[in-house]
Write a protein that binds this ligand. Structure first.
Ligand code: AP5
Ligand code: MG
Length: 199
């Protein structure tokens, strides 16, 4: 078949970043269905490890309960092993990872050495008041006001600098996360579909 330069990519390696409660999980579910790729939420992976009381779960528990980030070393072991699995070959959406510059740099090195770099990083945004309202209404164990405050601080201090890191690499696309989940998904889809043919 002649190459038109406008073919759709069948593989996508994506990252969702954004503060607690912005809708990463909600939009990830929709997006992986749309693209037919794997959803990897580090928060979910850690909650399962905690529930199963694995070695990782026992170590991660206290950080999660206080709203702090789990140390990079534990996170990198968890994620880099998972990315080697067969089901990731067609692409994946990382939700909540990387969350520190150290995680981002190591991820880049590992993916670069395998010749499978990230395609795009989607950043969802919303006002702090909206985030607090959403999390209060959900009521997960770490959604109590004091812990949410800590999670938001951790985001500002450790994760927000990733916007600039990925922006400099021309990978960042910022999407307004306010409105209904369907409205937000239309925006996410528009960004992805544009890059899917352009990449
Ligand atoms: P994690 O589980 O990833 O939590 P988080 O990123 O802090 O935030 P959430 O997952 O709660 O929010 P979300 O953006 O997914 O929003 P959601 O779609 O759920 O991490 C938990 C902990 O694990 C961390 O604190 C840390 O300790 C540890 N951890 C995880 N990854 C780590 C890493 N890489 N490094 C170190 N530590 C790590 O939506 C939230 C609510 O809002 C829901 O009720 C939803 O129904 C509702 N909602 C969603 N969209 C909308 C909308 N458009 N309008 C109204 N309501 C909406
Ligand atoms: Mg989530």
């Amino acid at each position: 078949m002649p190459c038109t330069g406008r073919e759709r990519r069948d593989t996508m390696r994506l990252v969702f970043i954004g503060p607690p409660g912005v809708g990463k999980g909600t939009q990830s579910e929709r997006l992986v269905r749309h693209l037919g790729i794997i959803h990897l939420s580090t928060g979910e992976m850690l909650r399962i490890a905690c529930a199963e009381q694995t070695e990782l779960g026992k170590q991660a528990d206290r950080y999660m309960d206080s709203g702090e980030l789990v140390p990079d070393e534990l996170m990198l072991n968890l994620v880099t092993d998972r990315l080697m699995a067969e089901d990731c070959k067609r692409g994946y959406l990382l939700d909540g990872f990387p969350r520190t510059l150290g995680q981002a740099e190591t991820l880049d090195q590992i993916l670069g050495s395998r010749g499978t770099p990230l395609d795009l990083v989607l950043e969802l945004t919303a006002d702090a008041d909206e985030l607090i309202r959403r999390l209060a209404a959900r009521g997960r164990k770490d959604d109590q006001p004091e812990i949410v405050r800590r999670r938001l601080e951790e985001y500002e201090r450790q994760t927000a600098p990733l916007s600039e890191y990925y922006s400099r690499r021309n990978l960042l696309r910022t999407v307004d996360g306010q409105g209904t989940p369907d409205e937000v998904f239309q925006r996410v889809k528009a960004v992805i579909d544009k890059d899917r043919v352009a990449l």
